[in-house]
Design a protein around this ligand. Structure first.
Ligand SMILES: C[S@@+](CC[C@H](N)C(=O)[O-])C[C@H]1O[C@@H](n2cnc3c(N)ncnc32)[C@H](O)[C@@H]1O
Length: 268
């Protein structure tokens, strides 16, 4: 490690960052030898912005997403939703109609559209800043196949074969205990799930039965420990498996619309 890197790593360690050396290296590489840019990046990291927010890039499903202030940085756990979509719909050529409710950077929707090349999708996002990231990411990754709307998800009408959502699910009182990178630098509208963390799921429970096509599926991300609460939250849909993430934490609930004949076939 050269002197500048060593000094930066020490500064980051003093700011309480466990991955100080790695982060210093990543920011060094990202600033391409421009020492003023490197110093500015280190100062932001010492102020506990994440490396992704500073570099403006985050990988999700092996795709590069533009991220930054005002949008949730996509998490690896969320890839569980894409894995489940591939299990439910093994035919990659299916012309699925997809929605992503609270699309943020567009990570889920755009990863899904990349996996299903004949699908089309709509992303709903109520934050203007986040909407801007999603629109730019969509133009880059799936030009013409994603409609990124600055709208509350209640504006969705469907019908959709597949609906994704990673809604805000942190109980309001727990936000202050999150890492500074999250609580101070990520939008609270992306985190705050109300008093018990379940407010967004109640909203989705009211909406989903009216926008899913008969037999369609909704894949929703949930927080650690929220699986038991899901049992009673979706009376209008069939709750199927709850898939774990790579750490074994129940992370993705699979909901299925009843078909138009009211035939409640076994969930896949
Ligand atoms: C946890 S973030 C998920 C972002 C992205 N889908 C991801 O997984 O990285 C939730 C997103 O939902 C948006 N959101 C919250 N309530 C919404 C609503 N009622 N209508 C539309 N978007 C909403 C937030 O602004 C935020 O971008």
């Amino acid at each position: 490690m050269n002197d500048a890197l060593l000094a930066a790593a020490k500064l980051l360690a003093a700011a309480g960052i466990d991955s100080a050396r790695l982060d210093a290296r990543l920011l060094f590489q990202n600033t391409l030898g421009d020492s003023a840019a490197f110093d500015a990046a280190i100062a932001r990291r010492a102020g506990r912005e994440s490396v992704a927010a500073i570099t403006g890039h985050k990988e999700f499903w092996s795709m590069d997403f533009e991220v930054g202030p005002g949008v949730l940085i996509p998490r690896p756990d969320t890839e569980t939703l894409i894995e489940q979509a591939l299990v439910l719909y093994p035919d990659r050529n299916a012309p699925l109609r997809i929605a992503d409710l609270g699309t943020g950077s567009g990570a889920i929707l755009l990863a899904a559209l990349t996996e299903f090349p004949n699908a089309t999708g709509i992303g709903f996002e109520s934050s203007p800043q986040a909407h801007g990231y999603a629109a730019r990411n969509a133009a880059r990754h799936v030009a013409g196949r994603a409609d990124i709307r600055l709208a509350d998800w209640d504006a969705a009408t469907g019908p959709f074969d597949l609906v994704f959502s990673n809604p805000p699910y942190i109980p309001a009182a727990e936000i202050d205990a999150l890492q500074p990178e999250v609580r101070n630098h990520e939008p609270h509208a992306a985190l705050d799930g109300g008093a018990d963390g379940l407010e967004a799921y109640r909203s989705l429970a009211r909406l989903l039965p009216s926008i899913l096509a008969p037999g369609g599926h909704a894949l929703l991300e949930i927080g650690a420990g929220q699986a038991p609460a899901m049992e009673l939250l979706f009376p209008g849909l069939e709750l199927g498996r709850i898939a774990p993430d790579l750490a074994g934490i129940p992370r993705c609930i699979v909901l299925k619309a009843r078909n138009s004949l009211g035939n409640q076939g076994a969930i896949r």
